[in-house]
Design a protein around this ligand. Structure first.
Ligand SMILES: NC(=O)c1ccc[n+]([C@@H]2O[C@H](COP(=O)([O-])OP(=O)(O)OC[C@H]3O[C@@H](n4cnc5c(N)ncnc54)[C@H](O)[C@@H]3O)[C@@H](O)[C@H]2O)c1
Length: 363
């Protein structure tokens, strides 16, 4: 590190809650990576490797610190014996991703001796995990051919659907979306599976995506699904449920103002555009199912690899997202806080009560 980040705050200040931050430099392959471990109170940190062309090392550092903190909360609330970790590789994967670079990265992950397990994220795929695993024992999200869980979006979508059922029960008394209109923004890997669950449950589904072939694929599989031209059009339309399944920041001031949906429940990470917006949702009578609570099916799926992957066992665990979301809503009511705050409280309670008292996790 060349001293304090340009934000003016040093690494210990920015990551004051974090246990360990590792900067990895391999000149031969051009690898520049940062691995952040937020908390190993519940076990080794598990979280994906994001491969992204960050504008600066500062941007990469801030991202990996936020993402690893988010994984502590997600893994804790999901009931996993795993802590929060995440990694970023700095650079454009289309230009610099090579077998040699991934293997160099694998050696750095190995050097942490099991305090951090990696997985796929933006810019990395199961095939990349197979390369990393040739140098490293601490890899999940591998291909099915190598005993891995494969595409984690299958159980991510299943978990979001379970969370949505819990929200429907909370608001309308029955845990079903039958007869409701659900708007899905983003029908990529997760969104398309979610549409299937919703159609099978008897919901009316409206979708949008900036990538036309994804919409066409949905429309040819489910001709009854309607499509609209943009997310703005979707959120301004008549909806019972809004499911953001594209990018973060989907719930902005503008969206809250026009939204007719009474439930927000989707797969996207970091949906709330800024702190405090969860209160605006509540004031408008919108029930928000916290993103990291309902989208934990993917990490549940890849974490199952640590026991030798069983899809049935992982699916059973992901079904528990229904009960967890229910508990979040119950605590929110009991404590008079928003569901977002209630989810944080439950995660923090588990880290505190179940977490190791003896300090950092060592194998
Ligand atoms: N894949 C997982 O297991 C998983 C797990 C947890 C959270 N998530 C989160 O869920 C979201 C979706 O993940 P995914 O794996 O399906 O990604 P994806 O890239 O396969 O799908 C995202 C889709 O959103 C579309 N999109 C992008 N910008 C859009 C916009 N402005 N309006 C409408 N559509 C837009 C893209 O064209 C794409 O089809 C992401 O935020 C991801 O971080 C995914």
């Amino acid at each position: 590190m060349s001293g304090a980040p340009s934000s003016g705050r040093d690494v210990f200040e920015l990551g004051s809650e974090h246990e360990q931050v590792v900067f990895c430099n391999d000149r031969a392959t051009g690898l520049k990576a940062i691995i952040a471990l937020h908390s190993t109170a519940l076990g080794p940190g598990l979280g994906g490797t994001r491969f992204y062309p960050y504008a600066s090392t500062d941007d990469a550092l801030v991202d990996v610190l936020n993402l690893s903190r988010g994984m502590s909360y997600k893994n804790a609330l999901a009931g996993l014996d795993l802590g929060g970790g995440k990694a970023v590789i700095i650079g454009d994967p289309a230009e610099i991703k090579t077998e040699a670079l991934l293997r160099a990265y694998g050696r750095f992950v190995q050097s942490l001796n099991g305090r951090y397990y990696t997985a796929c994220d933006v810019g990395t795929f199961s095939e990349d995990m197979d390369h990393i695993a040739r140098e490293c024992d601490f890899v999940t999200g591998r291909t099915v051919a190598h005993g891995g869980a494969g595409d984690s979006s299958v159980l991510t979508a299943y978990g979001v659907f379970q969370g949505m059922r819990a929200a429907a029960e909370q608001l309308w008394g029955e845990p079903t979306l039958a007869g409701r209109t659900v708007g899905v923004a983003g029908v990529g890997k997760v969104g398309r599976h979610l549409v299937r669950h919703l159609v099978e449950d008897g919901a009316t589904v409206v979708v949008t995506d900036v990538y036309a072939p994804s919409v066409e694929a949905i429309r040819s599989a489910y001709p009854e699904v309607q499509a609209v031209g943009s997310t703005d059009e979707l959120v301004a339309g008549a909806l019972d449920v809004y499911a953001p399944c594209a990018l973060g920041g989907a719930i902005s001031d503008e969206v809250v103002e026009v939204l007719s949906a009474k439930i927000v429940c989707g797969a996207a990470n970091n949906q709330l555009a800024h702190p405090g917006i969860e209160k605006q949702l509540e004031e408008r009578g919108v029930l928000y199912a916290p993103d990291y609570c309902v989208n934990s099916g993917g990490v549940i799926q890849v974490a199952d690899e640590l026991e030798g992957f069983s899809f049935e066992r992982a699916q059973q665990r992901a079904a528990g997202i229904f009960e967890t979301t229910r508990r979040v809503f119950e605590l929110a009511k009991a404590d008079g806080v928003t569901p977002a705050d209630a989810a944080d409280r439950l995660a923090e309670r588990r880290m505190r009560e179940v977490g190791r008292l003896r300090g950092i996790h060592l194998r």
